[in-house]
Structures are given as structure tokens and as C-alpha cells.
Design a protein around this ligand. Structure first.
Ligand code: SAM
Length: 278
């Protein structure tokens, strides 16, 4: 196998999702750089890959590890970079290693494979032609609210990772800020309790509260765009909203203009929010 740094995705739940090529690289590796060596040993044992030299490579030691990786490849070795699950670098360590390797003229070979972001997007039933991946939702309420508000008038599907302990609180904010947006919660993908909840954002908190099992496990959240409805609004109304938001809260603008124009309050609210941000 050609000497290089190989970026090797591993399963996000179902162990059968490892690719033939990923197994080949792991079998031929002279060094495996893993986010957590103990965690990855479980997978390697299942693949009967034992005895390969391993080093940890995580957010706090990537730069030092890059030196070891570069040296290994330069002396003819095969290095496999893996994370705990899914694709390395996608909300996982590896970015600095890849950057330093490419600067050092070390060949980098990326393998396609499992990735929660892409798996979720495919099943979301939301448009996939244009999307934005945002990593995890911000934890602080103010930052979270601002991040969600910024999606009021975008024309793409927004995808986030979220932890089970935060999913309800986060979705309460999403429901409040973007009530009419379509949302898909992708839970425990590829695992026994794989579920896809496709709802309006405003319906999500009650739905989650109705069954404690619904907030268990790993989540990807996809939020659809509302742009089409907003695009259809008469430009005169858009101008009026633009003027009003300079002095009036967005909710009030929507409440005043909805009965006068016949446009849904939520559409006006989203429009007002996006114009206010501009
Ligand atoms: N690099 C990984 C990838 O390619 O998907 C993601 C790593 S990130 C630290 C872990 C987050 O991904 C989880 O907290 C969850 O939001 C999401 N995730 C990973 N596996 C998942 C699964 N099987 N179902 C749903 N979400 C998952």
C-alpha cells in the first residue's frame, strides 16, 4: 500500500458500515492515530487487527502528533487517522494533522464513509441541494438564540449536531424562534432505535416530552428553509416591514401587518426577523 496519511471513517453505530477499503487500510497501517485509542481498540479487535502501533490524536495534542505522523510516512509507513465514530475532521480531530501533513508534502488520502451529517441530511426529507453544517448548537442561550434567528430567512437546510441532554432545551428555542420551519430530528442512526422525527419546529418540544425515550441517544437536527414563502411576499409589504423593524419589535410588526395584508403572522415574523438582522 502506498505510503501516506489515510483518513479513515469508521461506523457511527452499525459496525457493518465499515468499508472494505477502510479495513484494508487499517490492516496495512504501520501506525494508527486514533482520537481515543481505548475506544478504537474495540473496533480493531472486532476486525482482528491487533498489535499495530497506536497513538492518540485529539484536540489537545494534534500538533505534536502531526510530527510523529509526518516522520512515519516519510520513512515509508502507512498511517491511518480515525476518530471515535464517523468521519475524522467532521466535528472531530484531524484538521491540524491534515494541514501540517500537506504543508510537509505528505500525501493525504481521504476515504469516503460513514458520517452522521450526510446520513441525516439524506433521510431528512428536506432539500439537499444547498445546506450548511454548523457543528454542535451553541450551548449558551443567547448565542443559541442568535444562531437560530439567523436561519429565519436563509435558503438552505441547516444541519446541527446535538447532545441528548440538551436536545429538548435547544428545540424549545428553535420552536420559539422558527415555529413554522420544517425540522427533522435524526436519532440513533444505523442503530437499533434509529428514528426520524419530521415535524414543524413548534411541534417538537411537546413531541419530545410525550415519551422520555425520544430524547435518548445521539441526534442530528436538520432545519428546513422558509424562503419560498417569504419570496412570494409583495415587495411593498417587504418595504413596510423593513421600515417598521427599525423602531418596532418583530412580533408587533407581524401582529400589525398580518390582518392588514392577509399574510400569515409567522411568515411576516420570519421576514421581519431577517430584515432586522440585515
Ligand atoms: N465525525 C462524526 C461524524 O462523521 O458524524 C461526528 C462526531 S461528533 C463529535 C458526534 C456527534 O455526531 C453526536 O453527538 C451526534 O450529534 C452525531 N452523531 C454521531 N453518530 C450519530 C448517530 N448514529 N445518530 C445520530 N447522530 C449521530
Amino acid at each position: 500500500m502506498e505510503s501516506a496519511l489515510y483518513i479513515v471513517p469508521t461506523p457511527i453505530g452499525n459496525l457493518d458500515d465499515i468499508t472494505i477499503r477502510a479495513i484494508e487500510v487499517l490492516k496495512n497501517a504501520t501506525l494508527i492515530a486514533a482520537e481515543d485509542t481505548r475506544h478504537s481498540k474495540i473496533l480493531l479487535d472486532k476486525l482482528s487487527i491487533t498489535g499495530t502501533k497506536m497513538i492518540s490524536c485529539h484536540d489537545h495534542n494534534e500538533e505534536q502528533r502531526a510530527d510523529i505522523i509526518i516522520e512515519e510516512v516519510k520513512k515509508g509507513g502507512v498511517v491511518a487517522l480515525i476518530s471515535d465514530a464517523g468521519s475524522p475532521l467532521i466535528n472531530d480531530p484531524g484538521y491540524r494533522v491534515v494541514t501540517l501533513c500537506s504543508k510537509a508534502d505528505v500525501k493525504v488520502v481521504p476515504l469516503p464513509g460513514p458520517c452522521a451529517l450526510i446520513t441525516a441530511l439524506e433521510a431528512s426529507a428536506l432539500p439537499t441541494d444547498k445546506f450548511m453544517f454548523n457543528g454542535f448548537f451553541p450551548v449558551k442561550e443567547k448565542e443559541l438564540t442568535q444562531t437560530v434567528e439567523a436561519l429565519a430567512n436563509v435558503d438552505y437546510t441547516a444541519v446541527f449536531y446535538e447532545a441528548p441532554r440538551r436536545i429538548l432545551a435547544t428545540m424549545e428555542i428553535v420552536a420559539k424562534v422558527l415555529p413554522e420551519h420544517d425540522v427533522t430530528l435524526c436519532r440513533e442512526m444505523t442503530k437499533t432505535f434509529e428514528s426520524f422525527y419530521r415535524l414543524k419546529a413548534r411541534e417538537v418540544p411537546e413531541f419530545l416530552k410525550a415519551d422520555p425515550d425520544r430524547v435518548k441517544g445521539e441526534f442530528v437536527v436538520a432545519i428546513g428553509a422558509l424562503k419560498q414563502e417569504i419570496d412570494a411576499i409583495d415587495p411593498k409589504v417587504v418595504n413596510a416591514v423593513e421600515e417598521l423593524v427599525k423602531t418596532t419589535p418583530v412580533k408587533t410588526v407581524a401582529n400589525i401587518l398580518s390582518p392588514l395584508t392577509g399574510i400569515k403572522k409567522n411568515d411576516l415574523y420570519n421576514l421581519a426577523l431577517s430584515l432586522k438582522e440585515k
